[in-house]
Structure formats: structure tokens, C-alpha cells
Design a binder for this molecule. Structure first.
Ligand code: ARG
Length: 467
């Protein structure tokens, strides 16, 4: 039986009927639909709409359905249900008879889908934060293994200054930790219960909304039924947060691709996560990284689809909202499939510390430190910059580094140069002068690592506290 056939004299056109169904994709919401339906049944009993026997029968029916689906997930294939809500009703009635139809008392699919999606987003956020905690932990491990080894950091993709390899890895840690925070922030607004909002104006029966919410683990209840049944901000926010996460993964992948090229040689591609070429026998290709780089586009596409789908909708529920489901699911599936492989890749990739260290010592990356030497001796910064710039010019002409210039040559640019200049521009000295919080001086990076470990600990505590 359809959920709304009474008013219609003609059956639906079969092609349209098939085309407008959402069960093919919203079937994944079944566990949430069943949980929310059980809570609704209890609220109906408290409101005096169901007898105790009817409640027991409905709850047992829903429970049985959940078990049946767990044992035979293929049950959802070939079902003729319009959507996940219709499917549960059909199945419940098949299991317990007409009492099953009483479950729909005082509720609308508009609030049901809003509830199921919120429960889905909540669970997905839990899983994604768990996966991100793993990735962040691996980044910390790699940073710890890197000890005090150095590499160049680039601006404009030109060598800029030497940094600790650990400092570079912690930059990615920061990005991904922000992603976990953003997801936690999304959760605040997603974890609010719309049940009791009815179709648009509020439930037609005196349902205890707060106990409905707490039974389902929501933090609170939505404040306005019109908004609650038409709001998909929580989906948009979430998928936008996933776009940003995808973008971070993409930037990470791009840098790993670049650094694994022969030209850089900083990263050795793990064979178990690389592929060969069918034509060129020597090739080892970074396919995992390339796919990761590309997947961000797909998630950003989903976020854009969502924004455009909801953009012009009048209040309250519109069927357009059904179209918000697939981009949401696809974004979650995409990121969820990525995180574990990226984490494993990071764990297996080898950094070529020798090569990085070598690169950190050349290319005038100590020029700013050299200018700072003069600044500390009273030379105005602009003039110090000019003097070192000229010294660099001379080095380029002589094909040498600043440390190779004689004191005499240096004094040609400024009388303030002394013998101690040479010690102030060796790699260790250059690293050490960046001695501010968030800077690359070894002591500060050590502190940053300790802070990062602390953040992982809190994240893991949160993960373990999840139901
Ligand atoms: N499948 C629908 C959706 O995802 C459920 C809500 C249907 N509501 C309605 N008034 N037709 O949006």
C-alpha cells in the first residue's frame, strides 16, 4: 500500500513512480529510521495513542526487522518501497499486522528524514574523527622519527629557509586537527532533534519531544517546526567541512608527489602503494597520491551541488531536499575510503633524510639569518637586507655559498661583519634562531610535538567515549 493513495483516482505512471523513489539510496538510513521509530512509538504510548500491548508489538516488530536486515541485507534489493520510511512501514505491517500502521500517528516523513539524516551525520562524524585521529597520530610518529633532521621550506616553491622535518610534518597535523575540530563543531548543530515537528507546523499529538530527543542521544530539540523540517544546514556545513578536509588531503598528496619525484627525492614511494607502467619498465607511479589529489574535486562538487540545491527553496519541506542525500553519502564514502589508505601510505613511506638535509644546507637559505646577524649589530633591517642581497649576488657569480666568502669580501658590504658571522649562519644556528612558539627551533618543535600528542590524547578520549 502506498503511503498516500487515498486522494488519487489514477495510479502513478510506472516510470515516474520508479524515478522519484529514494529507497535505492536512502536504504542506508534504515538503522536510524528504526531507532527513531522505536522512540516515536514510546512517545505515542506516553501520549495515550498506543496501548501497552500495541507498543510492545511495534517495538518487537521493529527489533525483528532490524535483526532480519542485519542477517540478510539483500532484503532491501528489489523492494518496491518509495523510501526508507515506506519500507519500514511495509515490513512492520507484514510482521505484526495492521497495528504497524499506527506507528505513523502524529508524525510526518518530513521530520523523519530530517531526523534520520542528523543521526547519520552524527555517526559519520564519529567515524571520521576516529580515522583522523589515526592519521594525526601517524604524522606525529613520523615527526618523532625525524629527530632534528632538516629540510628546506618553500615559498613560491622556491627554497626559503631550513626547517626541521618534524616542523613540516606538524604543519599537516595542524590542518587535520582543525578538520577534527570543525567536525566537532558541525556536530553541535547536527545533534538536535527535529522529532515532534510534524510536517511543518508541529506534531498533532502531545508528544514529549524532550524524552524523544534524549532517547536518541540528541543534545536538545529544534526550536521551530518550519525550520526543523526544511533545514539541511547541518548537511551543507558537514559536506563543506569534508571539502576542506579533502582539500587538505589533496594538498598533502600534491606535495608528496612532488617530493617523491627524482628532482626532489625527499620521499621514497612505498611499493605496496604504488603502481607500475605497462609501457615503461622503470616506472613507479604515485597513483594513491594522485587519486587522493583528485578526490577532493568530487567532494567539493558534492558541496556545490548541495548549496545550489537548497539555495532557492521556499519554506518548508520541498521534495528537492531528497536530492541532498546522495551528495552527502558520496562525500562521506569518498573521504571515508581515503583516510585509511592515506594513513597507511604515510606509515609506509620513507623520508630520505640525507637528501633533505643536503637540500637544507644550500641555496642561500641562511640569507635571512645572515641579515639578522647585521640587524643584531645595529644595522637597519632594510640596509642589512640590501647588504646580504649583494653578498648573495657575489656568491652566485662565484658559484659559492655565503659561508665561503672571506671576511674581507663580507666587509665590502658592511663593516659590521666579524668572525662570529660564520657560526651564526650554519644550519643549526639558522634553525635555532627561529626560537618562538610555532617556530622551527628544535626546542620549540619539541614543545609543539608534546602539544600535538596531548591533542591526540584528548581526541582519543573523545573517540573512546562514543557510544
Ligand atoms: N524521501 C523523502 C526525502 O528524502 C522523504 C520525505 C518525503 N516527504 C514528502 N512530503 N513527500 O525527502
Amino acid at each position: 500500500m502506498k503511503m498516500w493513495s487515498g486522494r488519487f483516482r489514477q495510479p502513478l505512471d510506472p516510470k515516474f513512480d520508479e524515478w522519484q523513489r529514494s529507497f535505492t539510496f536512502d536504504a542506508r538510513l534504515l538503522p536510524f529510521e528504526i531507532a527513531a521509530s522505536s522512540a516515536h512509538a514510546r512517545a505515542l504510548k506516553s501520549a495515550g495513542v498506543l496501548t501497552s500491548d500495541e507498543l510492545i508489538s511495534i517495538l518487537e516488530g521493529l527489533d525483528q526487522l532490524g535483526k532480519k536486515l542485519a542477517a540478510s541485507p539483500e532484503l532491501v534489493n528489489n523492494a518496491d518501497a518509495e523510501d526508507v520510511h515506506h519500507f519500514v512501514e511495509q515490513q512492520l505491517v507484514a510482521l505484526i499486522g495492521e497495528t504497524g500502521y499506527k506507528l505513523h500517528s502524529g508524525r510526518s516523513r518530513n521530520e523523519q528524514i530530517a531526523t534520520d539524516l542528523r543521526l547519520y551525520v552524527r555517526e559519520a562524524i564519529g567515524r571520521l574523527r576516529t580515522d583522523l585521529a589515526e592519521l594525526c597520530a601517524v604524522l606525529i610518529e613520523c615527526a618523532e622519527h625525524s629527530g632534528n633532521s632538516a629540510m628546506p621550506v618553500y615559498t613560491h616553491l622556491q627554497r626559503a629557509e631550513p626547517v626541521l622535518v618534524a616542523h613540516w610534518l606538524l604543519a599537516y597535523f595542524e590542518m587535520f586537527i582543525r578538520d577534527t575540530e570543525r567536525l566537532a563543531d558541525c556536530l553541535k548543530r547536527a545533534n538536535v532533534c527535529p522529532l515532534g515537528s510534524g510536517a511543518a507546523a508541529g506534531a498533532t499529538l502531545p508528544l514529549d519531544r524532550r524524552s524523544l530527543a534524549s532517547e536518541l542521544g540528541f543534545d536538545s530539540i529544534t526550536a521551530n517546526s518550519i525550520d526543523a523540517t526544511s533545514d539541511r544546514d547541518f548537511v551543507l556545513e558537514f559536506v563543506n567541512a569534508l571539502s576542506l578536509l579533502g582539500l587538505h588531503l589533496s594538498r598533502w598528496a600534491e606535495e608528496m608527489i612532488l617530493f617523491s619525484s627524482e628532482e626532489f627525492g625527499f620521499v621514497r614511494l612505498p611499493e605496496s602503494y604504488s603502481t607500475g607502467s605497462s609501457a615503461m619498465p622503470q616506472k613507479k607511479n604515485p597513483d594513491l597520491l594522485e587519486l587522493t589529489r583528485a578526490k577532493a574535486g568530487r567532494v567539493i562538487g558534492n558541496a556545490t551541488t548541495l548549496l545550489i540545491t537548497v539555495k532557492g527553496l521556499p519554506l518548508a519541506y520541498n521534495k528537492d531536499l531528497q536530492e541532498t542525500q546522495e551528495p552527502l553519502f558520496d562525500a562521506v564514502d569518498t573521504i571515508e575510503s581515503l583516510l585509511p589508505v592515506v594513513t597507511s601510505w604515510m606509515r609506509s613511506a620513507e623520508l630520505n633524510h640525507e637528501r633533505m638535509q643536503e637540500a637544507a644546507q644550500s641555496g642561500f637559505m641562511n640569507a635571512w639569518a645572515a641579515a639578522t646577524y647585521l640587524v643584531k649589530r645595529g644595522v637597519p633591517a632594510r640596509l642589512a637586507h640590501e647588504a646580504i642581497g649583494k653578498a648573495v649576488q657575489l656568491c652566485i657569480a662565484q658559484n659559492c655559498e655565503l659561508a665561503d666568502l672571506s671576511l674581507n669580501q663580507l666587509r665590502g658590504f658592511s663593516p659590521k661583519f666579524n668572525q662570529d658571522f660564520y657560526d651564526s649562519i650554519n644550519l643549526n644556528a639558522v634553525l635555532a634562531i627561529h626560537d618562538v612558539c610555532g617556530g622551527t627551533a628544535p626546542a620549540k618543535v619539541k614543545q609543539a610535538l608534546a602539544d600535538a600528542r596531548q591533542k591526540i590524547e584528548s581526541l582519543r578520549e573523545w573517540v573512546n567515549a562514543q557510544p
